[in-house]
Design a protein around this ligand. Structure first.
Ligand code: PLP
Length: 390
């Protein structure tokens, strides 16, 4: 596999973590039985799902396994959280929803859907790191009538970590409820016990070594969680539909690995050192290069670097030919060449936003791979901007 391209796009999706495929395989072959079947043969399948629920609960900072519901991924989890808070339409005067100014399109889409159902949606201001200040959240809440707030824990493009201290108190004092999009957290930084006091929290398996098509929703109060997919009685009557058993088992194993990784401070620090090495070398070799959102905490694997004068539209195909895979921001937007809305919300000018590249390392990325990635980028720069290399 030495000819495989270097993969620096782990925030878009990740390969399966060690042991995940092996754990899943029996549930695709001999243990294929429907977990809802009354037969004794299906019992081990039900047991496997509950085992996965326990390790996912630990990852999500849940106190109890029954606070976890399995979903098809981050987008469904986010929509389920919005549904839980907003179904039935505004209660009394509570018709306002607030979302951060640098949210993933899944959150923007969910908010748009509920604006069509009568809610007033506000996009809350963010600073030059894409983060929301507690004072700005408070001002929004003080205007009254807020039903729900949804906010990112770590930005998928820049890796910037939102300080969520005080959010629970401010939001619950205002009588509102809230959700944390923690899709980019597992394996990179710990999710605290109690999930920052949020009412809901979302993750997606394929971002941390589980397969695509499986995710989880944490709910602080699962007994009051409404049914968001009507059908069979699966997932405590709240999400009908036969379970993605193999995916759930894979999620459970990946959750265990991700939890251990995020708790391992020295390992996370070494990961951040590799990322910092990448940034330092690029900034040294490419005139004017700089890193977005670097003035505060970021998850250790992510960098979003501006390479002025090198539009990502031209740079990405060239580095792919050289053997390096990266992205220009959210993978969900990769087919539309427009500047990253996250960077624009942070106040980055459109020309610099268009010349920005996200590199996201995996837990197994090595120093040699980082150095090779820099070489490929520097060569592409020399080809596209001859005479400029330092
Ligand atoms: N939220 C964030 C921060 C993400 O990065 C993503 C995926 O890129 C999602 C939500 C959506 O997750 P999924 O693609 O699993 O539905």
């Amino acid at each position: 596999m030495s000819d495989a391209p270097l993969y620096f796009d782990h925030n878009a999706t990740s390969p399966l973590a060690a042991g995940v495929f092996e754990a899943m395989r029996p549930y695709l072959q001999e243990a294929y039985h429907n977990p809802s079947s009354a037969s004794e043969t299906a019992r081990p399948v039900r047991v496997a799902i509950e085992e996965a629920r326990r390790s996912t609960a630990t990852l999500l900072g849940a106190e109890r396994a029954d606070q976890v519901r399995f979903t098809s991924g981050g987008t469904e989890s986010i929509h389920a959280a919005f549904f839980s808070a907003c179904h039935g339409g505004p209660k009394g005067n509570r018709d306002r929803i607030g979302i951060g100014g640098a949210e993933h399109s899944a959150t923007q889409g969910a908010a748009q859907r509920w604006s069509e159902a009568g809610y007033r949606v506000s996009t809350l201001p963010v600073d030059d790191r894409g983060c929301l200040a507690l004072a700005d959240l408070q001002s929004f809440l003080d205007e009254g009538d807020v039903a729900f707030v949804s906010i990112l824990a770590a930005n998928n493009e820049t890796g910037a970590q939102q300080d969520l201290t005080g959010f629970a108190e401010a939001i619950t004092n205002a009588g509102a409820r809230w959700h944390v999009d923690a899709v980019q957290m597992p394996g990179k930084a710990p999710i605290p016990k109690g999930a920052w006091g949020a009412h809901w929290l979302s993750v997606s398996g394929h971002k941390f070594g589980a397969p695509k098509g499986v995710g989880a929703l944490y709910s602080a109060d699962p007994s009051h969680q409404p049914r968001w997919l009507a059908g069979g009685g699966q997932e405590h009557q709240q999400r009908g539909g036969t379970e993605n058993v193999a995916g759930i088992v894979g999620l459970g194993v990946a959750a265990q690995r991700a939890h251990e990784r995020a708790q391992d401070g020295p390992r996370c620090a070494a990961w951040a050192d590799l990322r910092d090495r990448l940034e330092a070398r690029l900034c040294q070799a490419i005139p004017g290069a700089y890193v977005h959102a670097s003035g505060g905490p970021r998850v250790p694997n992510t960098t979003f670097v501006c390479l002025p004068g090198l539009p990502a539209e031209f740079l990405l195909p060239m580095i792919e030919q050289g053997g390096l895979l990266a992205s220009a921001g959210s993978a969900c937007d990769a087919t539309h060449w427009k500047p990253s809305p996250v960077l624009l919300a942070m106040g980055v000018d459109p020309e610099h936003a268009s010349a920005s590249l996200r590199l996201s390392l995996g837990p197994e990325t090595t120093q040699e791979q980082v150095d090779r990635a820099v070489e490929i980028l520097v060569q592409a720069h020399a080809w596209l901007r001859p005479g400029e290399a330092s």
